[in-house]
Ligand binder design. Structure first.
Ligand code: PMP
Length: 411
């Protein structure tokens, strides 16, 4: 037990992440950029090295030992993700490059075959660009319209407005579970229920939820769910699209190539079964196996423990940052995950980031790929500290000291 009462020992957990022991500019690294990408435990690094050292080969088509081993490990990773999300069938787990590709797959396949002239797609005011631009492209191509659910000054979605937007032309709702720039946890269960009562399917962008809380796609009853491996303590270049089997079955391929076919002639191609129909070409085999190791790792700690610990840290950080005069938190929703976005009177966020970096503290500054959120709040950018379960109260204290230093420089 730690001093914060969480059900795991944070100092032991930190030893699993070799990068955290580094010094940066002569100071201990304080890594608070977890929403951009998270650090990797040794077990994930070992899984990558072990794959390349002992079983590197192409999957599915080989009849030799290495190929069979690699195929078994690749498919085992699929089962691990299925259990993580509580999906009912491995066929519902499609490996993609990341959340971005997952959304593009749904827009390019489901969207193109179901959204037509005059139809509508609903997103929210707090989407990452990855959950805006694919729908914009689709709507432009099809002569359809993008509708946007507004939010209030705290960063809470206006659910009544959402209900008003749902109409006979709505063909899909695509909504972020946890906002990467505000930290808002959206009431996705309710949002999905409201859409389903009108027969509209829902995609949930789980890039910022899957690494930080238990996600149960059957309980949510979402139709699609996407996340990125690299934010879930796994490698870059690998992510997941979950889709209900009957929906995926009804969708045309997103990309053509090897592995997604049963047979090919110049006249006609028969497509493969799920999930392979959506995995054209040689996939990121090492990345998938690494993601499987990351899933094992978070499962061994327990996502409910991760969520509880990060929540306490968020409360601590919120109190600490709120007491700094001249600092304004951007994103004060009722239900929040571990994101602390802020601005300082008279200081550009990039200067905040640069001075904090000189103290060994990694935060992100900018629009966080959510320019419409910045426009909504009338600011060009924020500084953002984003938490993971290996962060500590001492690191929050270091952040506060760093911000004091920024204020000194600009006083
Ligand atoms: N959605 C959200 C909410 C995100 O935070 C991110 C990454 N910042 C993405 C989508 C895109 O993820 P990726 O770049 O890994 O595809």
């Amino acid at each position: 037990m730690t001093s914060t009462g969480a059900a795991f020992d944070v100092s032991r957990v930190r030893r699993d992440f070799p990068i955290l022991a580094q010094r940066v500019h002569g100071k201990p690294l304080v890594y608070l950029d977890n929403a951009a990408t998270s650090q990797k435990p040794q077990s994930v690094l070992d899984a990558l090295a072990s794959y390349y050292t002992t079983e590197n080969s192409n999957i599915h088509r080989g009849i030799h030992y290495l190929s069979e081993q690699a195929t078994a490990d690749y498919e085992e990773a699929r089962s691990k993700v299925r259990v993580l999300l509580n999906a009912s069938d491995d066929r519902e787990i499609i490996f993609v490059r990341g959340a971005t590709e997952g959304i593009n797959l749904v827009a390019g396949s489901y969207g193109k075959s179901n959204v037509g002239q005059g139809d509508e797609v609903i997103i929210s005011a707090m989407e990452h660009h990855s959950n805006i631009v694919p729908w914009q492209i689709l709507c432009q191509e099809r002569g359809a319209h993008l509708r946007v659910v507004p939010m209030n000054d705290d960063g809470d979605l206006l659910v009544d407005e959402y209900e008003r937007l749902l109409g006979p032309r709505t063909k899909l709702v695509s909504i972020v579970h946890v906002s990467n720039s505000l930290g808002t946890i959206n009431p996705v269960r309710r949002i999905i229920e409201m859409a389903h009562s009108r027969g509209v399917p829902v995609l949930v962008d789980g890039a910022q939820s899957a690494p930080h809380m238990n996600v149960d796609v059957r309980e949510l009853d979402c139709d699609f769910f996407v996340f990125s491996g690299h934010k879930l303590y796994g490698p870059t270049g690998i992510g997941v699209l979950y889709g209900k089997a009957d929906l995926l079955e009804s969708m045309p391929p997103y990309q053509g190539g090897g592995d997604m076919i049963k047979s090919v002639t110049f006249e006609r191609t028969l497509y493969n079964d799920l999930p392979y129909r959506f995995e054209a070409g040689t996939p990121n085999i090492a990345g998938t196996i690494g993601l499987g190791a990351a899933v094992d790792y978070v499962s061994s700690i327990g996502l409910e423990n991760i969520e509880a610990y990060e929540h306490e840290l968020l409360d601590y950080g919120t109190r600490a940052l709120s007491s700094i005069s001249g600092l304004r938190l951007v994103g004060t929703a009722r239900k929040k995950a571990g994101i602390l976005s802020f601005v300082l009177d008279g200081v550009h966020p990039h200067d905040i980031g640069t001075i904090l970096d000189s103290e060994g503290i990694a935060v992100r500054t900018g629009h966080h790929c959510t320019q419409p959120v910045m426009d909504r709040f009338g600011i060009p950018a924020t500084a953002r500290a984003s938490l993971a379960f290996y962060n500590t109260r001492q690191e929050i204290d270091a952040l506060v000291k760093g911000i004091d230093k920024v204020l000194e420089v600009f006083s």
